[in-house]
Design a protein around this ligand. Structure first.
Ligand code: SAH
Length: 195
């Protein structure tokens, strides 16, 4: 499958029906998800893949469509229900698990691909809990972060190593009242970490 084809398929998926500001529920735009998955595909990282905080399932479903054995973990049952419908819609075979990253026990994962909460809200687990769990359960991690996170990420994941950093434009759609623009493009950083 071509990257553009994957993007077009992922664009068809339902987003959060009632996004929780506290849990920092921002769906990854289809273009960004396709970009992340293709980078992983080119590096042969799409074996057994886990999407931590899978939300409505975009990354987990995309990984399955690219041939991975795919698992999506999410704390919010509402988001998980949408993720399951989304997978069905595209005929993607994904194991969805309701779980909290803090207490998650998973074995046999090659790669984690995730867009974790950035940790701006107290109620969200924040990227630290996600990074800790991801580096604990997988040998390779793809993780999306705010611009300027490099110093923190490199130190935080040690002894794991940041192998590559990609800068990706991220169109942020208006989904909360306080957002003033309909679409604001920010730049995010995708880290490829190996353990
Ligand atoms: N991966 C999705 C959603 C990203 S938003 C996408 O790319 O579109 C981050 C997700 O992490 C939200 O769905 C939120 O509910 C989930 N989340 C927040 N805290 C969590 C926790 N402790 N355990 C599992 N999931 C959590």
């Amino acid at each position: 499958m071509k990257k553009k084809q994957l993007e077009i398929m992922l664009e068809k998926l339902e987003g959060f029906s009632n996004p929780s500001f506290q849990r920092e529920q921002y769906a990854t735009p289809a273009r960004v998800a396709a970009e992340m998955l293709f980078l992983a595909y080119l590096r042969q990282d799409l074996g057994t893949v886990c999407d931590l905080g899978c939300g409505t399932g975009l990354l987990a479903i995309g990984a399955a469509l690219m041939g991975a054995k795919s698992i999506g973990v999410e704390i919010d049952p509402e988001a998980l229900a949408i993720a399951k419908c989304n997978a069905e819609k595209l005929g993607a075979d994904v194991d969805f698990i309701r779980g909290d990253v803090h207490s998650l026990v998973l074995k046999g994962i090659d790669t984690v691909i995730m867009n974790p909460p950035f940790g701006a809200q107290k109620a969200s687990a924040g990227d630290r809990a996600f990074l800790l769990k991801a580096t604990e359960i997988a040998g390779t991690v793809y993780s999306l972060h705010h611009q300027g996170s490099e110093g923190f990420i490199r130190r935080f994941v040690e002894p794991c190593i940041v192998e590559e950093i990609y800068r990706i434009p991220f169109p942020l759609k208006r989904c909360f009242e306080f957002h003033s623009m309909d679409v604001k493009t920010i730049e995010v950083e995708l880290y490829r970490i190996t353990c």
